[in-house]
Design a protein around this ligand. Sequence first.
Ligand code: E4P
Length: 217
Amino acid sequence: MKFFVDTAEIDAIAELNDLGMVDGVTTNPSLIKKSGRDIIEVTKEICDLVAGPVSAEVTAVDAETMIAEGRKLLEIAENITVKVPLTWDGLKACKTLSDDGHKVNVTLCFSANQALLAAKAGATFISPFIGRLDDINLDGMELIEDIRTVYDNYHFETEILAASIRSVNHILDSARIGADVITAPPAVIKAMVNHPLTDKGLDAFLKDIKAADIKIL
Ligand code: E4P
């Protein structure tokens, strides 16, 4: 499973990247706003840091302008993936850009039918939003399962990029189902290391190290 980091914060990306935890990065207009940086400038910095795909989202809602914005974003670096919303115009932009050989991430996916359309339009990644479905009492994980089934039935190569991840359980469940990629905030990825028995066990070992004066160096 690939790990993408869902942030535009350079320091947070760098910390995880140094540990080999970053296979790519996803950004969106809300994350760019949060960073307080210029979209082109911060996206270039991320692309210089990370070898894998970096998703940068268009701002237009009509296909023609989305394509023009996508082409401008693609000039930033070779590892840019153009992110477009799952609308009819977004699908048109996806088809044009993917036919031109570019990577496209179709975002704001909330149904398996939408995911099917994105795959047929040549999407490299489909981004189903788990957390936002859970927020309205629907089942985000069920959507990941449905898309996995549909894509496997017809051997679509579009990768399932489980997005809007809010908890470590979302990551584990995505891995169990076989999502190709998760994108999660740095804090959620870092929280995967936590286990109370690890902390308890380490405390006991530290007490014994002190009591027996065990030294290695
Ligand atoms: C990723 O591509 C999405 O933009 C992101 O995961 C959305 O997450 P949110 O629902 O927590 O804003």
